[in-house]
Design a protein around this ligand. Structure first.
Ligand SMILES: NC(=O)c1ccc[n+]([C@@H]2O[C@H](COP(=O)([O-])OP(=O)(O)OC[C@H]3O[C@@H](n4cnc5c(N)ncnc54)[C@H](O)[C@@H]3O)[C@@H](O)[C@H]2O)c1
Ligand SMILES: O=C(O)CC[C@@H](O)C(=O)O
Length: 529
């Protein structure tokens, strides 16, 4: 039974979901804050469910010897070292929609609180001051709201702001003009937004492009008296520049849910009267927490129990319907890759994967990842389907994928060609109705061979006596033949023997096979079945 650790505080409903799905679960909500403890125990688990307090560092990942999946109950995954997880073959998932409405509502609440100085007025009233003249607010009706980052949350904010009769501008390089029209926002460049907005709200992830998107220079371009809301990520605003601008009056107020350093317990912004702060509460409603917890528990369980992948940030999705159909083809692709990889002795420049027939209409990305895994496994012990595409890219391997309709006799087949500086070597296979993989072509030579854990691959000239000599030698060596498959280009041309054997060949035995008359190459192949 797979075992999952929940290392942050999440809705108890998630624990019940894990159990109902047949997954053992340890709920240790304080472990996430203790990096040492987390690294000490993580090796026991197949899955890890987190919110934002758990920092899944390279060190934690190095200790995660069994971990297959990390699920973030929320959106931002900046607390997970995704490259390290990918390298180790760990799927990283999030729940991209579960808390969007809640976070958008928080941003709108912050905007209205800023407009009417509600927290300060509340504190003053409770202090018995009744300062009716001190708290003069502004209306939001007919004001301009500038949204930086108009994805899931930004779009909901735009919708709610339009309900408040605001004019909405959006700066988002990935927002298409058609989508902007559909959601009723004016798509603008950043400088235009800065110059025109009465309120600016941030809804981008924190990336190298968005870090300090509100820098001192950007803030200097804003309309005097602008109000700024950040419910996305600390680091999007230069906090020192914001402090100066709040003091000078360039910025009339700021409402911040997120900070450069979190937990934020001391920050110069806290001393300013025109700042409203919340402790990263954007996603904190019962509804959102229930949504993300249930979703993450379902996603992690589905992956561990069936191989279904949804909302992974480092692997293509595989739906529950696809998983059983894809599984035999994923295995075939990995075996073809392994076959070609084991025959390749020089550095690989590229891999071409051709899908023909019904398989071409399936989700080919997991099969490509599996094929690359097979190709690289003989060279790199640690490669797997999650890490293979990235490793291939890092190594400058060109990966070409071709899909086409059925042309030949096989209803579907996959051909994998490894390209080295010396040659191109192709191997093709199919899945029979019984779900078993078959090799149907090697180096352009047709054959029909079942793949078994231990095989002997021999190329030779097609001359009389070869099969007898090979069979006799294997008998003399005490090697039992389980299956003998032959194919040849044409009479007297190149021929291939693919022999399933019981047990494994030693180097010395392989040398004797290679020395047989007419043999050009002899290789022992191993397959994980
Ligand atoms: N405060 C909280 O508790 C809380 C809760 C949920 C989400 N968040 C954060 O809110 C942010 C937005 O979440 P989302 O679900 O809307 O994400 P999303 O991916 O749906 O949207 C992000 C948008 O930012 C845009 N973008 C990317 N780079 C940009 C750039 N350089 N300039 C302008 N736009 C850019 C993208 O095109 C995308 O449309 C994330 O950082 C997420 O972590 C915070
Ligand atoms: O888990 C939380 O409370 C915050 C979540 C939020 O930052 C997110 O990115 O989803």
């Amino acid at each position: 039974m797979p075992k999952v650790l929940v290392s942050d505080k999440i809705s108890p409903a998630a624990i019940e979901i894990f159990k109902a799905n047949g997954v053992e679960v340890d709920y240790l909500p304080d472990v996430g804050k203790d990096k040492e403890k987390l690294a000490e125990i993580i090796g026991r688990y197949d899955g890890l469910a987190i919110r934002s307090a758990t920092k899944v560092t390279e060190k934690v990942i190095a200790a995660a010897t069994n971990l297959k999946v990390i699920g973030r109950a929320g959106i931002g995954v900046d607390n997970v070292d995704i490259p390290a997880a990918t390298k180790k073959g760990i799927i990283v998932m999030n729940t991209p929609f579960g808390n969007s409405i809640t976070t958008a509502e928080h941003a709108i609440s912050m905007m209205l609180s800023l407009a009417r100085q509600i927290p300060e007025a509340d504190a003053s009233t409770r202090a018995g001051k009744w300062e009716k003249n001190r708290f003069m607010g502004v209306e939001v009706t007919n004001k301009v709201l500038g949204i930086i980052g108009c994805g899931n949350i930004g779009t909901i904010v735009a919708d709610r702001a339009q309900g408040l009769k605001m004019k909405v501008l959006a700066f988002d390089p990935f927002l298409s003009p058609e989508r902007a029209v559909e959601i009723g926002v004016e798509k603008v460049e950043l400088d235009d937004l800065l110059a025109r907005a009465d309120f600016i709200t941030l809804h981008t992830p924190l990336t190298e492009q968005t870090r300090n998107v509100l820098s001192a220079e950007a803030i200097a371009k804003t309309k005097k008296g602008v109000r700024i809301i950040n419910c996305a990520r600390g680091g999007l605003i230069d906090e020192a520049a914001l402090t100066d601008a709040l003091k000078s009056g360039q910025v009339a107020g700021a409402a911040l849910d997120v900070f450069l350093e979190e937990p934020a317990t001391a920050n110069p912004l806290f001393d300013l009267p025109n700042v409203i702060c919340t402790p990263h509460l954007g996603a904190s409603t019962t509804e959102a927490q229930e949504n993300v917890a249930l979703q993450v528990a379902e996603q992690i369980s589905a992956y561990l129990m069936t191989g279904e992948i949804s909302n992974a940030l480092n692997f293509p999705s595989i739906t529950a319907e696809e998983a059983p159909r894809l599984t035999p083809f994923i295995r075939l692709a990995e075996m073809l890759g392994s076959f070609a990889g084991q025959l390749t002795e020089t550095s690989i420049q590229g891999v071409r994967i051709e899908f023909e027939g019904a398989v071409a209409d399936m989700n080919t990305r997991p099969m490509v990842a599996a094929a690359l895994t097979g190709v690289m496994k003989p060279l790199l012990a640690d490669v797997n389907m999650v890490s293979a595409p990235q490793i291939a890219k890092d190594r400058g391997m060109q990966v070409e994928t071709v899909t086409r309709e059925q042309q030949g006799a096989y209803e579907n087949y996959i051909r994998l060609t490894v390209i080295t500086e010396r040659q191109e070597r192709g191997v093709a296979g199919t899945i029979f109705a019984n779900g078993k993989p078959r090799i149907i072509q090697v180096k352009g030579i047709n054959m029909e061979a079942e793949l078994t854990p231990s095989m002997l691959y021999v190329t030779n000239e097609d001359k009389p006596g070869h099969i007898g000599r090979l069979g006799t030698l294997l008998g003399d060596l005490g090697i039992n033949i389980a299956n003998f498959n032959l194919g040849r280009m044409d009479v007297g041309g190149d021929a291939i023997a693919l022999v399933s054997i019981d047990g494994e060949l030693t180097e010395e035995q392989l040398g004797r096979i290679a020395a047989l008359e007419g043999v050009k190459q002899a290789k022992a192949l191993k397959f994980n079945m």
